[in-house]
Design a protein around this ligand. Structure first.
Ligand code: ADP
Ligand code: MG
Ligand code: ZN
Length: 439
């Protein structure tokens, strides 16, 4: 058994790695001769990619993370496993902070993992400690978690993350591992540049999922959109195994959740609505009924799905346009977690597009008014929405559009989208829509 395998078991209690990729990343980080960039979906086990190497390294691994709550969570988990980890941030009492500093001044500190916010890392009061650790060769590694926070193009930009680049120049020879969940291409580029990653080894989970079939249907041209949706639902559920399949229809408004659930039920498919307008108890009941398979379909606003992990979702339909291509990938990606064929469909309408566009701009104007100035990052919401619109209006492989948005190469779709299956049909639909709009 390798020392890495052994550490996995003794320190973390795991018998095996989550995935080959997790193992590959950990091997690369342990080796430590190159910076490492990790892009794996939420829940893939990214933390272990620096926590385990920290246990095998001489010295201290410093972990930068944006939120004190996130940090506290991880530190608690590590301490519960008897791993010497702690955090320095503004919420830590002075006495505890002093103890940590005392430990860091020892010849061989006990601490293995030091979690820190970027604000604290950049603060003048922390600089002597940092310089001392570095000059004594006690800084084994820098881990930057939630690394997308460094990018103005991300949804979660934190100006203090930008200071990390400068900081790195003061830590010569300390390798860096940057981690984030699936991020658009320009966010990845920003991370590499801003954190001064030198020829990083890059590990990314492929965006392409071959068991998902994507298509787009223009809603305005349909004689009865609900009948159309019903036929799609019936087919998607029938394709699944032995009647335990289920699905999600995402809607923008509470009313449309109710309407869709009502119509589907009348057409003979059991469906319930889920949205913030329901009483908490009703909402929980809808979710439980769906989880337990008592109803097949849930018509929900996007608040549904966070933390819901159901493997047998046979379809995800968007009755309204998603607000960005990144959100769409995440929402539609709740289909087919079991690896079986599943369908992702967007019902598209130009009127819906204009409405969403209006809402996004209104929201931007509101934050600008509150803040009193414009910022580049305000445009992110618009360009990401435009990517979503292009996904629907373009003649091209849907999988390719998504993969390229996230910086992956063009996948081999092999008929897993409407365009690759029948490009003429997609073109005909676009032409029919443009005739409708000029009439
Ligand atoms: P991410 O940061 O990628 O979203 P986390 O690092 O928070 O994911 O890990 C998600 C969960 O998976 C945690 O509860 C963690 O303990 C668990 N986990 C990570 N690696 C393994 C493994 N090799 N075996 C079992 N569980 C694991
Ligand atoms: Mg994480
Ligand atoms: Zn395709």
């Amino acid at each position: 058994m390798s020392s890495i395998q052994k550490a996995l078991k003794t320190h973390f209690g795991f018998d095996k790695f989550r995935s080959q990729q997790q193992e590959d990343v950990i091997n690369a980080v342990v080796k430590g001769d190159r910076d490492v960039f990790v892009c794996m979906p939420t829940g893939a086990g990214k933390s272990l990619c620096y926590q385990l190497p920290a246990m095998l390294a001489q010295g201290i691994t410093m972990v930068v993370s944006p939120l004190i709550a996130l940090i506290q969570d991880q530190v608690d988990q590590l301490q519960a496993r008897n791993i010497p980890a702690c955090s320095i941030n503004s919420k830590v009492p002075a006495r505890e902070r002093r103890q940590i500093f005392e430990d860091l001044e020892r010849e061989t500190p006990c601490l293995k993992l030091l979690y820190i916010t970027p604000e604290m890392l950049a603060s003048p009061s922390f600089q002597p400690c940092l310089a001392s650790l570095c000059s004594r060769g006690l800084l084994a590694r820098l881990a930057v978690d939630e690394a997308h926070c460094v990018s103005q193009w991300g949804h979660d930009f934190r100006p203090d993350y930008l200071k990390l680049g400068k900081l790195r120049s003061r830590l010569p020879g300390v390798p860096c591992v940057a981690l984030t969940a699936t991020a658009p291409q320009r966010v990845r580029e920003d991370v590499t540049q801003s954190l001064c990653l030198r020829r990083p080894l890059s590990f990314s989970t492929p965006v392409f999922r071959s068991n998902l079939h994507y298509d787009v249907v223009f809603r305005d041209g349909l004689p009865d959109p609900y009948v159309h949706l019903h036929a799609f639902v019936k087919k998607a559920l029938a394709d699944g195994s032995a009647g335990q399949g289920c699905g999600i229809v995402y809607c923008r408004t509470r009313d449309s959740c109710e309407e869709v659930a009502h119509r589907l039920t009348r057409l003979g498919v059991s469906a319930k609505a889920y949205h913030a307008g329901l009483k908490a108890a009703d909402r929980t009941e809808a979710q439980n009924d769906w989880m337990q398979g008592k109803v097949a379909v849930i018509a929900a606003t996007i608040s549904f799905g966070m933390g819901v992990d159901k493997a047998t979702v046979r379809f995800v339909a968007h009755w309204n346009l998603a607000k960005s291509l990144a959100s769409y990938y995440q929402e539609s990606g709740r289909a087919g977690r079991d690896g079986l064929p599943s369908s992702c469909r967007t019902y598209y309408s130009p009127q819906d597009r204009d409405q969403m566009n209006f809402l996004i701009r209104k929201e931007i104007a509101r934050t600008q008014a509150k803040r009193g100035s414009e910022k580049d990052q305000d445009k992110v919401a618009i360009t990401d929405f435009e990517a979503m619109v292009a996904f629907c209006e373009q003649e091209g492989c849907r999988h390719a559009t998504i993969s390229q948005f996230f910086g992956d190469k063009k996948p081999d779709c092999a008929g897993a989208c409407d365009f690759c299956k029948d490009p003429k049909l997609v073109r005909a639909q676009i032409e029919a829509a443009s005739r409708l709009s000029t009439r």
